[in-house]
Write a protein that binds this ligand. Structure first.
Ligand code: MN
Length: 208
C-alpha cells in the first residue's frame, strides 16, 4: 500500500498544465477539434509517457527543464528527453498563441525585432520560411541568442535551450498541429497563426 502510494506520487510528478484559453478560443484558425486531439491526446500523452518513464529513476523528482537538460544528447535517454521536451514545447506553444493575437508587438520587442530583422514583416517571413523549411516534424522558434533575435527551427522534440538560446515563442509544425484543419497546407496554417494568433506580449515577457 505504501509503495503503491509512492509510485503513484512519482507517476504524477509532471502535470499537464491547463490550456490558457477555451478549446474553441482559437477558431477559425485552429479548431476545437484540433485542440481536442492536440492538447487532450498528444500533449497529455507526452506528459503521461514522461511520468511513466521517470518513475523510480534519478529523474523522478527533477523539474521538467532539468530533465530536459540532463537527458539532451544522451543516446540511452532519448525516450525521456523526447517526452520531456515535447511536454515543455507544447506548454510553450499554447502560451505562444492567444485569441485575437497577431497585430503589433510591444515596443520593447518591436525595437529588437527591427534591430535584428529590419521590419516586423521580415521577422514574420523568416518565421514562416523556417516553419515551411522544417522537413518533417518539428518547431519554428523566435529566440534570443546573446543580444540578438534569431529565427531557428528544430526537428522532432529538439529545444533551443540545449544550444544556449532563449526561446521567445514557437510554432508547432508537426502534422498533428494542422492536418485536421489544413491537411497538407502547412503554409496556410503558419501564416494564419502569425497573422491572427501569435502572442507577441508573451514573447516580450520572455526577453526577461
Ligand atoms: Mn504538437
Amino acid at each position: 500500500m505504501m509503495s503503491n502510494n509512492k509510485i503513484e506520487s512519482a507517476a504524477s510528478h509532471v502535470a499537464l498544465p491547463a490550456l490558457p484559453y477555451a478549446d474553441n478560443a482559437l477558431t477559425p484558425v485552429i479548431s476545437a477539434n484540433t485542440i481536442g486531439f492536440h492538447y487532450g491526446k498528444h500533449h497529455k500523452g507526452y506528459v503521461d509517457n514522461l511520468n511513466k518513464l521517470v518513475a523510480g529513476t534519478e529523474f523522478a523528482d527533477l523539474p521538467l527543464e532539468k530533465i530536459i537538460t540532463e537527458t539532451a544528447g544522451k543516446a540511452d535517454k532519448t525516450a525521456i528527453f523526447n517526452n520531456a521536451a515535447q511536454t515543455w514545447n507544447h506548454t510553450f506553444y499554447w502560451r505562444s498563441l492567444r485569441p485575437k493575437g497577431g497585430s503589433e508587438p510591444p515596443a520593447v520587442l518591436k525595437q529588437k525585432i527591427e534591430a535584428s530583422f529590419g521590419t516586423l514583416d521580415a521577422c514574420k517571413k523568416e518565421l514562416a520560411t523556417a516553419a515551411m523549411a522544417q522537413f518533417g516534424s518539428g518547431w519554428a522558434w523566435l529566440v534570443l541568442d546573446g543580444n540578438k533575435l534569431k529565427v531557428v527551427k528544430t526537428a522532432n522534440a529538439e529545444v533551443p535551450m540545449t544550444t544556449g538560446m532563449k526561446p521567445l515563442l514557437t510554432i508547432d509544425v508537426w502534422e498533428h498541429a494542422y492536418y485536421l484543419d489544413y491537411q497538407n497546407r502547412r503554409a496556410d496554417y503558419v501564416n494564419a497563426v502569425l497573422d491572427k494568433l501569435i502572442h507577441w506580449d508573451f514573447a516580450a515577457e520572455n526577453l526577461g
